[in-house]
Design a protein around this ligand. Structure first.
Ligand code: BGC
Length: 440
């Protein structure tokens, strides 16, 4: 029996009645559960001047030329914009920097009581050691705009963008990065602690550094294991220092990270397959293991499972996102169950789908929530869900640009018009009722 069915049966009061079989079941979440969406500064704010800005312009034509070899035929046909260099230049993106009030009205309309976003370090510290108080004030206004609407802010401090001066001395590959990040975060927490309780210090270090410092397919475009390891260990060191520093400044702060906990699986024969899974799990969780004792909650990002196989994996059309990722809701349950040993509150800090036509998003959300519900009913202390993303944006990993559409709100990047998609209303219903209705 698939895991999910256990819940349906529990919730059904008349489970033996034949004609009750098609009735939807209501899965009610714990009271106080946080419902939200997530974004990051560079992806939505617009006009950032950071280490992505020049890189995007320099690499746009190359990325457009390479799209042919990178994506499957159906993707190329569906998204011809991937051949346009403009797709790879973030520019004003959603102009959320100026439109945050309007966007948060929609967030409130959805019935959200939490929102995750990141601060743009390059705005706040445009020159080394010089803080721009106007920009700190801007973010205070963003936070207050959320609070005014009864929405709890979750703030990410590093979501893959660095100031230009930071990159000029080698960024994360230079040991100096540790002190710089600490100085920045201390300044921020001292300035904003009155209105912020939840801090997410770093977003998906493995993924961000993997693309930026190992494969070189996103800024800063560094390649190879040496660059990766240097950056990785500096970030690791930073994390601990900053965690302790924040607690010195504010004893009540809740501090953690957002990590990609995607489970590894393999269909390769034993023991090779087992070994591959072990290695994958070992390295992907290394950051978490090394920081044990230094997080007050777990931020779990989940999109898909990793299946290591010798066969070429293809998924049915219904079972795949526009990026070709397998839709595998049970993976979120498998992931959550493995977090039990930490005995800490868990927030799903990202979960979402690239789905331009919005045919799959509503079902995707419900199916994932069904498995989250199951994990909760088995004792995992999941306290919130942040859908990625509030709106279409400049898709980050691997510099994919604008064509993958992750938003509950569609953005017309010409006019900047916001159009809530059907899934916006489906998610709103869930948030407002604190419950998800599932059909058998
Ligand atoms: C990142 C986001 C990104 C999302 C979808 C996550 O790895 O944190 O910035 O947009 O994946 O690809």
């Amino acid at each position: 029996m698939p895991c999910g069915n256990a819940i349906f049966m529990e919730e059904s009061t008349e489970k033996n009645e034949k004609n009750n079989f098609d009735k939807p079941k209501t899965l009610t979440f714990p009271s106080g559960f946080l419902w939200g969406t997530a974004t990051s500064s560079h992806q939505v704010e617009g006009n950032c001047k950071n280490n992505w800005t020049a890189w995007e312009k320099e690499n746009a034509q190359r990325l457009a030329n390479e799209a042919k070899g990178k994506w499957q035929d159906w993707q190329q046909e569906k998204f011809p914009e991937m051949f346009d260099p403009q797709n790879y230049i973030s520019g004003r993106t959603c102009d959320h920097y100026n439109k945050f009030e309007e966007d948060f009205d929609l967030t409130k309309e959805m019935g959200n009581n939490a929102h995750r976003f990141s601060l743009e370090w390059s705005r706040i510290e445009p020159e080394e050691g010089k803080f721009d108080e106007k920009e700190i004030e801007h973010y205070r206004q963003v936070i207050l705009a959320l609070r005014k609407r009864g929405i709890e802010p979750f703030i990410t401090l590093w979501h893959w963008t660095d100031p230009v001066w930071f990159q000029e001395f080698g960024g994360w590959t230079n040991k100096k990065s540790v002190a710089c990040f600490e100085r920045f975060t201390k300044k921020i927490v001292e300035s904003l602690k009155k209105d912020v309780k939840f801090w997410i210090l770093v977003n998906e270090p493995n993924v961000g550094l993997g693309f930026g410092h190992f494969l070189g397919s996103q800024p800063p475009g560094k390649k190879g294991p040496i660059n990766f390891l240097k950056a990785y260990f500096n970030l690791l060191k930073s994390y601990k220092k900053v965690y302790l520093a924040i607690h010195e400044i504010d004893k009540k702060a809740q501090v953690g990270f957002a990590h990609s906990f995607a489970p590894y699986e393999s269909d390769i024969f034993w023991p090779i397959g087992k070994l591959i899974v072990f290695i994958g799990e070992y390295f992907s969780k290394y950051f978490v293991r090394k920081n044990e004792g230094c997080f007050d909650f777990i931020g779990c990002n989940y999109y898909l499972r990793h299946v290591v196989s010798l066969k070429k994996k293809t998924f049915s059309k219904e079972n795949t996102s526009d990026l070709g990722w397998e839709i595998y809701p049970k993976g979120i349950y498998d992931t959550l169950i493995r977090l039990k040993k930490y005995n800490l509150p868990v927030y799903i800090t990202e979960n979402g789908i690239a789905d331009a036509t919005d045919e799959k998003r509503g079902k995707f959300i419900k199916n994932h929530l069904q498995f989250i519900y199951q994990a909760i009913s088995e004792g995992i202390d999941v306290r919130g869900y942040f859908h990625w993303s509030l709106m279409d944006n400049f898709e980050f990993p691997d510099t994919r640009g604008f064509w993958p559409r992750f938003g509950l709100i569609e953005i017309d990047f010409e006019t900047l018009e916001r159009k809530p998609r059907r899934s916006f209303y489906e998610y709103a219903k869930i948030c407002q009722k604190n419950a998800v209705e599932i059909k058998n």
